[in-house]
Design a protein. Sequence first.
Length: 424
Amino acid sequence: MNILILGSGGREHAFTLKLSQSTKINELFVAPGNAGTAQIATNLAINPTDFEAIKKVVINNKIDMVVVGPEAPLVAGVHDFFLSDADLKQIPVIGPKKDGALLEGSKDFSKQFMQKHGIPTAGYRSFTNETLEAGYTFLETLQAPYVLKADGLAAGKGVLILNSLEEAKKELKEMLTNQKFGNASATVVIEEFLDGIELSVFVLTDGKSYKILPSAKDYKRIGEGDTGLNTGGMGAISPVPFTDEVFLKKVEERIIKPTVYGLQKDGIDYRGFIFIGLMNVNGDPYVIEYNVRMGDPETEVVLPRIASDLLDLFEGVADQTLHEKSFEVSPQTATTVMLVSGGYPEAYEKNKEISGVALIKDSIVFHAGTKKESDKVLTNGGRVLAITSLGNSIEEALETSYRNIEKVHFEKMNYRKDIGFDLT
Ligand code: AMP
Ligand code: GLY
């Protein structure tokens, strides 16, 4: 089969590598990809939300399946675009249609969905500029800290956690009246604060059945000890040690089943990944958020632990035979450490030459923000490389990642030296 993967990060390099190992693969394409995907697939210089350009390359390259990495093309309706086009409608897209993508595209929608299907989540109410005063009154009924969420996509920045009522009211007005996040904060969800330990669980579903993929924990803050600004993710670990069988059973019964069957009941034909952000509150799971894609860098630790053929699973998603597919996970631990550009997540420079990657033998180097220029590999983003290792323990895997990082160099390279600090 010929497969097209949309996206350009470490997640997409991990998809590309895993799919390249499938016996069913003929040719692999990535749009737009990075220097890592270029080594094992053909990069196509198109934007993943330019549907007409995607159509052209799909037809020209006789693509048999499209795998969508990031949320933007899903929320913009890439799957619906395929279904409505006579030339494309037979080609399966791994990723939900617009209706399912709303689970990530609208916090208000996802809260309503959870409430309707009895899925445990923080209590909440939604407000608009017209109901600002009612928002203030609702805030007064809550205890600090206060959680405000822009309803729409806000590049991961739309959630504010505030310690005082005054600040919370001020920010609510900023979001609703002054459009702090543009149209994304035209509606704001205010919810109760959940106090616990965060983790993520990933589900692959064909709309009827599902496979539970390995759990993972990512490290979102730039600074050691989980301090400083939020990033896309500075590292990840899989599995999460405190997710024992008892906890995972609760997640499956209370969250995964009602989510998959709730989508079905609501007439939403969902085929793709569901990334469930969870809070473990004294042993009970609550949903913090849904994403309609895999996480990045979580994918870089989840996929290397999946022993089964990923393309075989995707075919099951496409033709709703996922329940027939075998699914095996390695018992090993995977860790990944992100190497980022100095300054990230604020302003940073690009086009720094990367050296030393070829010296790494016992870790997998996933490219994130990189590009190839003549025979050099240059930095091309905030998150540059993810160094993934497998081991018999978190310590062993981390030791391998950190040992190999020593071999890599680019100007102003930065990384967290304490990934897994809270778990080891
Ligand atoms: P989200 O974009 O919804 O994942 O929110 C970003 C981050 O805010 C999450 O990863 C949590 O760390 C935190 N967060 C979101 N909602 C809550 C909540 N209700 N209680 C505590 N922390 C939260
Ligand atoms: N690492 C978090 C995310 O992909 O949303």
